[in-house]
Design a protein around this ligand. Structure first.
Ligand code: ATP
Length: 327
């Protein structure tokens, strides 16, 4: 294939997600097998600015596919938000003779990648690395399936105590403004409801749930809540229920950062490996400023502007499955 790319830089940025290491491994090995040199950039854009850049060989990524987190470390960089910071980053790219970048991260990281690519005319391909599943143009993101399984396992444990003490549990999970983690983990864990940002703007979901009398036939219940300004969070919702229904024994669990950790599931390892190989393929095809996605099991190239649009719709079918199975 006719491409001028002889070396790439690879970084992980924003919140870490399980499967990022599988992606690092796949990108590195796919590049090397196409005679492209790989430079690992540590600590995301921060390390690009401070020149924490090391050449990777195939064995640099040995024994990492099963590890959570990211061997390249991740960071958030205020400096990269300014033109001056990005100029410093570009100088380091030139210094190492890097022709293109592969950026693994969430919507912020891909927003930064788009700006940087346009400013300095450098080809960048992104991989969706975030447990939130909030990027458009891909069915799932790297890390989402592992987080979902972690939440489900935690919910199974919470259910034991909820049942024994006949309690109502509000369990807060990550997702920012995207309710997929809460909705799918509610289905998988057999929870009663999910309070998610996509629908709480239309109607107060808590009031609706209570009006429906969702505890009519049950002595214990679990409600998933997306951590978000729109839902108000689990503590806030629990306080409201306690005031209105003092007879309920209400508890809150915030799962927090444990949702991000752990060894990636098979699905995340395979997703990350496919996307990593596709990133190099995309660069060889002279694609630029695109995120690799998988839609209906096919690799797709999604322009950054489309990927970060925040218009991923919540599945009505999933909402219905939760409603029907939780009566
Ligand atoms: P997660 O979804 O897991 O939080 P993320 O990639 O969205 O991951 P952010 O903290 O939003 O995480 O972004 C990571 C980094 O991307 C920022 O610290 C910053 O360096 C860069 N970035 C984000 N937005 C911009 C922007 N508008 N311009 C330049 N760089 C940006």
């Amino acid at each position: 294939m006719d491409s001028n790319i002889k070396s790439i830089g690879l970084l992980t940025s924003g919140g870490d997600a399980p499967g990022m290491n599988a992606a690092i491994r796949a990108v590195t090995r796919a590049a090397i097998s196409n005679d492209i040199r790989v430079f690992g950039i540590y600590r995301g854009y921060k390390g690009l600015i401070s020149n924490e850049i090391v050449e990777f060989k195939t064995n640099s990524v040995s024994n990492i596919i099963q590890q959570g987190g990211t061997i390249l470390k991740s960071a958030r960089s205020e400096e990269f938000m300014s033109e001056e910071g990005r100029k410093k980053a570009y100088k380091n790219i030139q210094k190492h003779g890097i022709d293109a970048l592969v950026v693994i991260g969430g919507d912020g990281s891909l927003t930064g990648a788009g700006i940087f690519a346009n400013e300095f005319n450098i080809p960048i391909v992104g991989l969706p690395g975030t447990i939130d599943n909030d990027l458009s143009g891909t069915d799932t993101t790297i890390g989402y399936d592992t987080a979902l399984n972690t939440i489900m396992q935690s919910m199974d444990k919470i259910r034991d105590t909820a049942t024994s003490h006949e309690r109502l549990f509000f369990v807060e999970v990550m997702g920012r403004n995207c309710g997929y983690l809460a909705l799918n983990s509610a289905i998988a864990a057999g929870a009663e409801a999910a309070i998610i940002p996509e629908i709480s703007t239309k109607k107060d979901q808590l009031t609706e749930l209570i009006e429906q009398g969702f505890r009519k036939y049950k002595s214990s219940s679990m409600v998933l809540v997306t951590e978000s300004k729109i839902t108000g969070g689990a503590i806030n919702l629990a306080e409201r229920v306690k005031k209105q229904y003092p007879q309920y024994d209400v508890r809150v669990t915030i799962l927090g950062h444990l949702q991000r950790g752990g060894s990636p599931t098979a699905q995340d390892r395979i997703l990350a490996s496919r996307m990593g190989v596709a990133a190099i393929q995309a660069l060889l095809e002279n694609q630029r400023n695109v995120m690799i996605g998988i839609k209906e099991n096919e690799i797709v190239y999604v322009p950054f502007v489309r990927a970060i649009k925040k218009d991923k719709e919540i599945s009505k079918e999933l909402l219905e499955v939760l409603r029907v199975t939780s009566i």
